[in-house]
Write a protein that binds this ligand. Sequence first.
Ligand SMILES: *Cc1c(COP(=O)(O)O)cnc(C)c1O
Length: 355
Amino acid sequence: MLSDRIKRLKAYKTERSRAKVRLSSNELPYDLPEDLKGRIAEEIRKIPLNRYPDPSCEELKEVLADFFNVKPENIVLGNGSDELIYYLSIAVGELDQAIYIPVPTFPMYEISADILGRPKVLVELDESFDIDLDRSLEVVDKVSLAYYAYPNNPTGNIFSKEKIRRIRDKGVFTVVDEAYYHYSGESFLEDALSREDTVVLRTLSKIGLAGLRVGLMIAREEVASEIDKIRLPFNITYPSQVAAKIALTEGRDFIEEAVRTVVRERERLRNEMERLEGVEVFPSRANFLLFRTPFEADKLHSELLKRDVLVRDMSYLPGLDRCLRVSVGKPEENDAFLEALEGSLQFLTTSEKST
Ligand SMILES: *Cc1c(COP(=O)(O)O)cnc(C)c1O
């Protein structure tokens, strides 16, 4: 019989609707250039697909170590950082000890706790979406693990480093999920390399390689080797290992340039959105923008979809009513979104007045 714990779970919600302009999953809007994809295809062709891949991903780890400026021994690889979130929820503390999660945030932290039946301590962020330190310190007594998305998804801001450290001082193992590191430049890497109670998560998903499913945990060697014990032995496929290696070496300049373009576009998009009446845009250090309008989020979401633009409705999360999240796209996609947003707001304003 299936466990009640599992029957109670809600499946992770992804956006499946079709649209020409897809700005719903915080992917990099640029695919690798054709010549580089040709190189990847060429190398993948050489893979003996009847063979298991290198379980320790040695060559890929060398490349990642260089790319992220750490040592291979500091890295544990995951099939996306999502898998590492599972591993950490299994490995840190005991299963009857709670996990602290400041909300609203990335749903995988809660999902991993629910799968394991671990208690959760959810503390709502304050009005500027920063950690509510006083309330957090009151409730972290029985907590052994904390997750911070840094910058936070979907609010886009960076939490106070000091507050994260103050909570950690209570004996809380601290996971800093830096999925958007390339857009923020802010990091807990030094803490992760100098302390056994802090690890950093990074991923290739938000810098153009979401299809490969490669995420990494960066930690001191003695922590990394323990977590590595529970990693499924062949969790990174052979093609992913080969493709990631090429993309991060031969494609490095391309990726870095694309990230710079997105950061520039983020600021332009934010300025343009702020000019629209009734739209409140929150500052972002990531590759997306959270915004609130006077209208129900699901109505605006479907108006945008009618105009062939897909964004993410975030109003189901605590404190985010009437909020949506738009990923920063290519300049022409952002223009299409702006036009669709303006049209949708006009339509909703007129239809409200007529009822
Ligand atoms: C997108 C995202 C991830 C997912 O990363 P994968 O490596 O694709 O599994 C993890 N954390 C946060 C905060 C994210 O927004």
